[in-house]
Design a protein around this ligand. Structure first.
Ligand code: PHB
Length: 360
């Protein structure tokens, strides 16, 4: 059995977590009609061994449901579904944050529910292809640029949804400002061509996410507000390296004043060595809890904590195949193999049917 801080309790804001492991938010497309259900409650409850579960990307608005069968968190039915999930997790003594993900331009009109519209900071299409309900895999459409007034309405959608989500039983909200989704679209000058107060300089491009955070904190408190960023993983087109450092210095310095309960650093790329200088800088700019994520093994997770890169480590894919990941890592038990063909899509197969290890 491995003895290390990774497997020992950690105080995150007001919460005492069982360990320093987080389950990363994972899009699984099991929310038929965008409503969380009992199958999802079972899936999260199975994984409540993680110190912190971060529930999958969930939209605060009909406009942000860009993928098929991803959940929302604004309607009564959605909130009842999430309440079921939170209850099941609490019954297993778990803690759970919701990742608030507005897809912005990363979506398709065919996927959006009635009343939803494909919007973004600017009318710049994602250059790739997207899976849809009815049209197969097709190019992304050009989104409509939000008016300044609508930017404010979108911020209100985030705060409304955050309040509802806390009422449903979540311990907090992680704002998804990574991987090229809406807040990240505001940060990046490739996708933000705005000429109002929300585009142009670094300060103006960061304004959207900082206003979301500020208003969310005003409504639910700083110990319930967190954020995920991915300076090197935009998916389509990263910012220029010199721009990355300046932008994130500004952003993290602002976070340090607002004091969200954690900052979650995600990396989904190849050249991992490139990230560490910035991760160390971020540690200097922001003094709260840092969670790192990106293909961590037990050894790498222990090093990240021992080298003071991070306080906690999030595991993504391995939690798909291993509901009891914490037990397996701590006891050096081989992991289950995952089946990529069932990562997405409705039903329990490849979702709640991965075996638990026998206790040693
Ligand atoms: C995905 O569905 O592949 C996905 C969703 C959200 C992310 C990253 C990847 O942040």
């Amino acid at each position: 059995m491995i003895e290390h801080k990774l497997f020992e309790p950690y105080k995150l804001g007001d919460l005492l977590l069982k360990n320093r492991m987080a389950m990363a938010p994972l899009t699984r497309c099991r929310a038929k009609d965008n409503i969380p259900n009992s199958l999802m409650a079972e899936y999260y409850a199975q994984r409540a061994n993680a110190g912190l579960l971060i529930a999958e990307g969930t939209s605060p608005s009909p406009n942000g449901l860009g993928y098929t069968n991803i959940p929302g968190s604004y309607s009564e039915a959605q909130m009842q579904g999430w309440a079921q999930v939170c209850k099941a997790v609490k019954e297993n003594q778990g803690h759970i944050f919701l990742q608030m993900m507005h897809t912005g331009r990363v979506g398709h009109t065919d996927n959006l529910p009635e009343g939803g519209e494909l919007i973004a900071p600017s009318a710049v299409a994602n250059p790739n292809m997207i899976s849809t309900y009815n049209l197969g895999r097709v190019p992304y459409p050009v989104p409509r640029a939000l008016t300044t007034e609508e930017v404010k309405t979108t911020i209100d959608e985030f705060t409304f949804s955050a309040e509802k989500s806390i009422e449903a039983g979540f311990d907090g909200i992680e704002i998804h400002c990574a991987h090229g989704y809406l807040p990240n679209q505001f940060l990046n000058p490739e996708t933000n061509l705005r000429e109002d107060n929300y585009g142009g300089s670094i300060q103006k491009r960061c304004r959207f996410v900082l206003e979301v955070m500020e208003e969310m904190i005003a409504k639910i408190g700083k110990n319930k507000t967190a954020i995920r960023i991915s300076p090197f993983s935009y998916f389509e087109k990263n910012m220029h390296p010199s721009e990355i450092k300046e932008t994130y210095k500004y952003l993290l310095t602002a976070f340090n004043k607002l004091e969200p309960v954690y900052v979650h650093l995600s990396f989904m790329g190849e050249n991992e060595d490139a990230i560490y200088d910035l991760w160390k800088d971020i540690r200097k700019w922001y003094s709260g809890t840092i969670i790192v994520c990106g293909s961590y093994t037990t050894e790498k997770a222990i090093l990240a904590i021992d080298n003071n890169i991070a306080d906690m480590v999030a595991f993504g894919r391995d939690y798909i195949h291993n509901p009891d990941l914490e037990y397996r890592l701590q006891n050096n038990i081989p992991l289950n193999e995952g089946d990529k063909s069932t990562y997405y899509g409705l039903g329990p197969e490849g979702y709640t049917d991965y075996p638990f290890a026998e206790k040693v």
